[in-house]
Ligand binder design. Structure first.
Ligand code: PHE
Ligand code: NA
Length: 453
């Protein structure tokens, strides 16, 4: 068989891939996780390391994954195995695909719980359950929301079912359309909130917190967290982007699409930070309040601003949609592997995966109530899923992808597939060969002391 084209369904329309990949990238990672991690790790230094990682590791690895997917035309496992054998290399490299697929699924198992929070808060906004609450009430409301396994479980079940229904319907019909109105909607909502924040009295503090870099303030743990988050936020090393890339038509430019997705993702994250921290500082809240940060702070702003209830409803609709366009991408690798290799229909593969998802995500959800005591080394199950994926599997997977592309596969193949100008190609190669692997290793080794291994 010639190396040029393997048949596979493809995205509909010119913007299909860009929309879907942006939908995958922009999600709870930007609006929920980025602000609270920035708060926990002390602000600007975290933001700076995160931005450096996006540029030096995220962008080159994303280009690599799209190229691997499009050339290998399959799930991460199949695509990497094909690419390796085409270059006369060991099929053991497909283990990288296995890890990515598992990682995407593990992320999904806790992501549906957080997306459930977003749905629950949408419901609270609609039913007026947040009206008139003080700063302290908001913290209590967040705890109470987590303390009830029935409602928490119901919301994460809603998310799990919605995800599997969309995925079961197929690549083209389910995914692409929603992103084209959801993304601009999200940006408008964030702009409104930034505008409000600019007059709330906390804006200067927020700007300083996010951007006034102070070299001494980031721990090794924070560096690893920032790098892990760069992978997480761009949906890398988790099968999502690689599998979406496997549906990408030959003509599309990998360099340009990568830049579009990375820029959109970064902008939304920074905008979320600018929307949330003014509220935090204006109300004397603690930036390091953890995963509840946006749920405890934003409703305060919605209460105080004109048309706040309307904006609050719109905001949580957007956030829930953004979560769904991300969650569907996390199972795409698994579903595409099952349909390609196990002869299952897309429907059957989705429902089968969905049942496993439901069981594991229910366990993750119980970490906040019934299972709060079920800890190992001080972390409960929800935290372990997050920790193993963001701090271990994604950085290792990214390292593997960079080495695979930089040193293992025939350089001609990737040159052809990426189709970059010689200068940009040279830059990409330099990044995946040296900058990304060394950066990842350095941060890892530096963090080992803290990991206590
Ligand atoms: N990038 C998504 C977000 O920021 C999360 C994600 C991770 C999606 C891994 C797919 C795969 O919310
Ligand atoms: Na993101």
């Amino acid at each position: 068989m010639t190396k040029t084209e393997r048949p596979r369904i493809q995205w509909l329309g010119r913007w299909g891939f860009v929309l879907a990949a942006t939908g995958s990238a922009v999600g709870l990672g930007n609006v929920w996780k980025f602000p609270y991690m920035t708060g926990e790790y002390g602000g600007a230094a975290f933001v700076l390391v995160y931005l450096v990682c996006i540029l030096s590791v995220g962008v080159p690895v994303m280009m690599t994954e799209i190229a691997l997917g499009r050339r290998g035309r399959g799930s991460p496992i199949d695509a990497i195995r094909r690419m390796a054998s085409e270059s006369g290399r060991s099929s053991a490299w497909s283990l990288l695909g296995w890890m990515a697929m598992l990682c995407g699924f593990m992320i999904l198992c806790f992501y549906v719980v957080v997306a459930g929070w977003s749905f629950a808060y949408l419901w609270k906004m609609l039913s007026g359950g947040l009206a008139g609450s003080s700063v302290d009430d908001m913290a209590a409301i967040f705890s109470a929301n987590n303390a009830n396994p029935w409602s928490l479980g119901a919301w994460s079940t809603v998310v799990a079912v919605a995800t599997m229904v969309i995925v079961g319907k197929g690549v083209q019909s389910g995914i692409e359309k929603s992103v084209s109105w959801m993304m601009p909607g999200m940006v408008i909502m964030l702009l409104i909130m930034i505008g409000y924040g600019a007059f709330s009295g906390g804006f200067g503090d927020a700007l300083r917190f996010l951007f006034a870099f102070n070299a001494s303030s980031l721990s090794s743990e924070g560096m690893l967290a920032a790098m892990g988050h760069a992978f997480f936020t761009l949906s890398l090393a988790s099968g999502a982007i690689l599998t979406y890339g496997s549906y990408l038509p030959r003509e599309a430019s990998i360099g340009r699409t990568t830049l579009t997705v990375a820029v959109a993702d970064t902008l939304v994250a920074l905008m979320a930070g600018l929307a949330i921290f003014p509220v935090i500082f204006a109300n004397g809240m603690e930036p390091g309040s953890g995963p509840g940060l946006i749920f405890m702070s934003l409703p305060l702003a919605f209460q105080a601003m004109p048309l706040g209830t309307l904006f609050g409803i719109l905001f949580f609709v957007m956030l829930s949609m953004a979560a769904l366009t991300s969650s569907i991408s996390m199972v795409e690798a698994t579903v595409s592997w099952l349909t390609d290799n196990k002869g299952l229909s897309r429907r059957a593969a989705s429902w089968g995966t969905g049942i496993v998802l439901w069981v594991i995500s229910t366990l993750a959800m119980l970490s906040f109530n019934v299972g709060a005591e079920w800890t190992l080394l001080g972390k409960h199950f929800f935290d372990w899923l997050d920790f193993l994926t963001s701090r271990l599997m994604m950085p290792l997977g990214g390292l593997g992808m960079a080495l695979l592309a930089g040193f293992v596969l025939k350089s001609e193949t990737l040159r052809e597939e990426l189709g970059l100008s010689p200068l940009i190609h040279g830059l990409w190669l330099f990044m995946v060969r040296y900058v990304s692997p060394l950066g990842i290793l350095l941060i890892f080794v530096d963090a080992l002391g803290w990991l206590d291994i």
